[in-house]
Design a protein around this ligand. Structure first.
Ligand code: BTN
Length: 271
């Protein structure tokens, strides 16, 4: 029987304390309800908010997902968080931010709940075939031939307490509460996530190849998975690792090795 303190309030003081020594220390802001933490933080970034600023909301009324989708953000049920970072990266390497955030989310969820998730390239957090969370990275660049990132807003949504989902998501989504027997709290997941993200971002600036190895070890989708990819008129094949920039390679049924550029990869029937 699960027993937990109700409601699950995020203790900002305890979170801030646990983040001392990271780029996020003293920079957490909590909101009861916002349109979207990513939208708000992008506006704040334009107005020169410092690197490390983090927005957390109990509810989003217009939460955004990748590809123009909305993100179901029921009040008090999930972790809805966005972090502003200034990584020393080129725009062409921006995918590494998504992969690094996926690794950080894997570690945080495992450390605080014992649940081992899967990561569907590039950044869907899954349990089995169902989605537990997602990552939306939005960037601004310095002008130039090979543009450098000026900043990035990394948005992370994790389904924590949801006991049920709206009908259109019911077959597709899950939550930690639905998957674990143990009580779960958002605050520890948040601090663990931000600590892991801080670490990953620091590593990223020095050793990106390690990131690709670690991501590949945590994702069943990187190698040997039969997938359908809905880009370039659509193709089907078996995943064959990541290239040096983190893009997914697929050995297609027509014998050509293709590079997946935009995500939306789905599992395909075995031949
Ligand atoms: C996806 O899988 O499509 C990405 C979902 C990202 C959702 C998070 S919740 C916090 C942040 N604010 C948003 O509006 N979106 C991201």
């Amino acid at each position: 029987m699960k027993k937990m303190l109700s409601p699950d309030r995020i203790d900002l003081t305890a979170c801030s304390q646990a983040l001392i020594g990271t780029r996020f220390a003293g920079k957490l802001q909590h909101f009861a309800s916002v349109s979207s933490t990513n939208t708000l933080l992008l506006e704040a970034a334009v107005n020169s908010s410092p690197e490390g600023t983090v927005y957390i909301a109990d509810e989003q009324t217009a939460g955004r997902g990748r590809g123009g989708h909305s993100w179901h953000s029921a009040p008090g049920e999930g972790l809805y968080v966005s972090a502003l970072v200034h990584p020393a990266l080129l725009l062409r390497d921006a995918l590494w931010l998504s992969l690094a955030t996926g690794v950080a989310a894997w570690q945080a969820i495992h450390e605080t709940t014992g649940v081992s998730i899967d990561i569907r390239w590039p950044n869907d957090l899954l349990i089995g075939a169902k989605k537990l969370g997602g990552i939306l990275v939005e960037t601004a660049v310095e002008p130039g031939d090979d543009p450098q990132l000026r900043y990035a807003v990394i948005g992370i949504g994790i389904n924590v307490h949801h006991a049920a989902f709206p009908p259109d998501l019911a077959m597709l989504a899950t939550s930690i509460a639905l998957e674990s027997e143990l009580p779960v709290y958002r605050g520890p997941i948040l601090t663990s996530l931000l600590r892991a993200l801080d670490h990953e971002l620091t590593l990223l600036e020095t050793s990106a190849p390690d990131l690709l190895t670690r991501f590949s070890a945590l994702s069943s989708w990187v190698r040997g998975k039969r997938v359908h990819v809905p880009e370039q008129c659509g193709y089907t094949g078996r995943t064959a690792g990541l290239d040096e920039r983190g893009f997914l390679l697929v050995d297609c049924d027509d014998g050509i090795r293709r590079t997946v550029l935009s995500g939306g990869v789905r599992e395909a029937e075995e031949e």
